[in-house]
Design a protein around this ligand. Structure first.
Ligand code: FE
Length: 222
């Protein structure tokens, strides 16, 4: 059956068909990405949007907002117990003084990792994410596989993503929504007592604030 099918195709001797197949192997754009691109070019064509405006938005989130705002908060929480307390009890209020741009933090909840408990963040429904503190969500955050597996089998999935947690560490997964967005406060790496807040902030990765990574601890190989 398979052979027949192949022969059938080849008998057409249609090189175009071959190209078409070839193209498909390399095209991995999601329907959403294709739709977004189509919409963008339509809006530009109609003069409703300039290419610049789109690029500006992307640059803004990717470079200016980025995860640096979150890293700044983490570093301050590590060095300022009073701020940490405020951050954990009402993050939206605690970060108001920063006037971070980017939005999506009207109801921000910060959850703290401890030696006993690890937190991870997901949006099971779509891709809700606290833009103002973490920038643009990574591609995998929007992946249906991550969204379902982090809930069903967090330990296995985290291990596959490079984070093996001891079985005595409880894993808690927080499901973001249109209302509430979460950010993880990772544990401070050991032997960082002498670092300034800026130096500490530089150690904080985006993934550690989503909870799929822990920051390197002294004496740990990874
Ligand atoms: Fe969502």
């Amino acid at each position: 059956m398979n052979d027949d099918h192949e022969h059938h195709d080849h008998n057409h001797n249609d090189s175009r068909h071959h190209d078409h197949e070839h193209e498909h192997k390399h095209e991995e754009k999601s329907p959403q990405a294709i739709r977004a691109e189509a919409l963008e070019s339509l809006l530009i064509e109609k003069g409703l949007l300039s290419e610049h405006a789109v690029d500006d938005v992307i640059t803004n989130y990717a470079q200016r907002v980025g995860p640096m705002n979150g890293a700044l908060l983490v570093a301050r929480a590590w060095t300022d117990p009073e701020f940490k307390q405020r951050l954990l009890s009402n993050a939206t209020q605690a970060i108001a003084e920063y006037d971070f741009k980017g939005g999506q933090v009207d109801h921000l909840v910060v959850v703290e990792n401890t030696p006993e408990r690890h937190n991870a963040v997901v949006c099971t429904l779509c891709s809700c994410y606290p833009w103002a503190v973490l920038g643009l969500p990574p591609k995998w955050y929007k992946d249906p596989a991550y969204r379902s597996r982090i809930v069903r089998e967090p330990r296995t999935l985290l291990a596959e993503m490079g984070l093996s947690l001891d079985t005595n560490i409880e894993i808690r997964v927080w499901d973001s929504s249109a209302e509430v967005r979460y950010m993880v406060l990772p544990m401070r790496p050991e032997n960082t007592d002498n670092l300034t807040q800026d130096e500490l902030a530089a150690l904080v990765s985006r993934d550690s604030m989503i909870g799929v990574e822990v920051l390197c601890q002294a004496g740990q190989s990874s």
